[in-house]
Design a protein around this ligand. Structure first.
Ligand SMILES: Cc1cc2nc3c(=O)[nH]c(=O)nc-3n(C[C@H](O)[C@H](O)[C@H](O)COP(=O)(O)O)c2cc1C
Length: 448
């Protein structure tokens, strides 16, 4: 055992997604129950597997519509993250939960109530990934269209501030429950919020006591100038997406700078890089797993690989490698940050099918091979200061979560990169971020 307790250790989240896994065909994979989307027992099994690996949180994305262009009608999230977490909370005791919820198509009182109730019933294990939603199909489900960023983010600031004010409105020690005097709550310590902005308003108070961690942790996803104002002011965790160490480090630095700008300590904001491991006993086993999963859809992706490399490639060419002439002519596209990596894989001489099987069009980096290859990737990124941890998207949850927990986690522990047991009982303790109740006074000093 080489564990060094003083060493900085990574924080890990497991992406639950739709429940099937990150690959569009995960629901069709061998051994997968195609009904798992509607089977809470399957989700419970996955949550328990992640908890067995002492992962810090489960990440539940959300999408308020079916997006037809993505995966032929496969939903992009669980049936409902809040309801799912309420069920998973009863089947687990330590793992945290981070649920995505939109600031655009919710009222702050609804969010404040549901999320604080979840934080109380999970005993302080809940976090809210506050997103602004850019999907027109989601807007249509509320009879609306997607507004420009200044409007969506203006509303997001108001919603988050109102939600946090509501969370703090039932004072931390207000719940007296004194049977002798008949005083259930000390109303002197329960205060309305009386907030009115341009987009939302709420009178308060919210009649829910604090949880073991006070109130839910805020996460955000998505960068850019607007996203950074959310991350910098409120987030304790940022769900990131980057394909290179340099890009991840730049994103993490930007988040930390934003936190400092709003008077916070950058150590309070943890940046999570995405990871889509493709694990097998050998590289060939891992590729075989992906080839089987993508058997039907791979040929359709050949022209896109061509576009990434500046070459005209056809589906029927899928079982041959690129020729020396094609490799010489290839120019990685500046529009897709994955193109350089695709070219590097192509240069190794793989067939087009195997180039694709390397996950070169996945949404996050895909280390391919035995568990040590995944651990090496994580160690390299973490030690390079590219992230504070990872959110992991297994290709197929049915066996992918177990494989990560049983085969990658022990390597990380052996290298002293990941904790052996939970560091606490609340999500804040898992993340190593400070307590907060109500609005953060440091942020409110100069907030709009
Ligand atoms: C890694 C990552 C995960 C995200 N997850 C979700 C999600 O689950 N649901 C959602 O509505 N938006 C999600 N977003 C979208 C962002 O919140 C943001 O709305 C999007 O990047 C569009 O940018 P814009 O709001 O600046 O137009 C995610 C973004 C990133 C980078």
């Amino acid at each position: 055992m080489t564990t060094n307790p003083a060493k900085r250790q990574m924080t890990l989240g497991m992406h639950l997604g739709t429940g099937y896994g990150s690959q569009a065909n995960a629901w069709r994979a061998p051994g997968v129950n195609p009904s798992a989307y509607a089977d809470i027992e399957a989700q419970v099994r996955y949550a328990r597997a992640a908890e067995r690996g002492t992962l810090d949180f489960l990440f539940l994305p959300d999408n308020l519509a079916i997006t037809p262009s993505m995966g032929g009608g496969i939903p992009q999230a669980t049936m409902d993250p809040v309801v799912t977490i309420a069920a998973l909370a009863r089947a687990t005791s330590r793992i945290g939960f981070v649920a995505t919820g939109t600031t655009t198509f919710n009222e702050p009182y609804n969010i404040a109530r549901q999320y604080k109730a979840l934080d109380v019933i999970t005993h302080g294990r809940f976090g809210w990934n506050a997103v602004t939603t850019a999907d027109p199909a989601a807007a249509a489900n509320f009879g609306q269209t997607i507004a420009e960023r200044p409007v969506r983010y203006g509303r997001a600031h108001e919603v988050i501030q109102t939600v946090q004010a509501l969370w703090g409105s039932w004072g931390e020690d207000a719940w007296t429950r004194d049977k002798a005097t008949g005083r259930f709550v000390d109303m002197d310590r329960v205060r309305p919020v009386n907030l009115r902005g341009e987009h939302v308003a709420s009178q308060g108070p919210l009649p829910i006591p604090p949880s073991e961690q006070g109130q839910p942790v805020i996460f955000s996803a998505g960068g850019g100038e607007y996203g950074l104002t959310i991350a910098g002011r409120y987030a304790s965790g940022v769900i990131g997406a980057a394909f290179t160490i340099e890009d991840a480090r730049a994103q993490r630095d930007a988040v930390r700078r934003a936190a400092r700008q709003y008077g916070r300590n950058p150590e309070e904001v943890k940046f999570f890089a995405g990871l889509m491991p493709l694990i097998g006993a050998t590289v060939e086993d891992a590729l075989a797993r992906r080839r089987q999963l993508d058997e039907v859809s791979a040929p359709q992706r050949v022209p896109y690989l061509g576009a990434m490399l500046g070459l005209a490639l056809e589906p029927e060419q899928i079982d041959r490698p690129l020729t020396a002439g094609e490799l010489a002519d290839a120019r990685p596209s500046g529009f897709d940050p994955r193109s350089q990596h695709a070219l590097s894989v192509a240069r190794e001489g793989w067939t087009i099918r195997d180039i694709l099987a390397h996950g070169i069009i996945d949404y996050h980096p895909t280390p391919v091979g035995p568990p040590s290859v995944v651990a090496d990737h994580m160690q390299e990124w973490f030690e390079a200061g590219a992230c504070d941890g990872f959110w992991i998207s297994p290709d197929v949850n049915q066996d992918g979560i177990d494989t990560f927990v049983d085969e990658v986690v022990p390597i990380l522990r052996e290298r002293g990169l990941f904790h052996d047991g939970y560091r606490g009982t609340t999500l804040r303790e898992h993340l190593g971020v400070p307590p907060q109740y109500g609005l953060d006074p440091r942020v409110m000093r100069d907030a709009q």
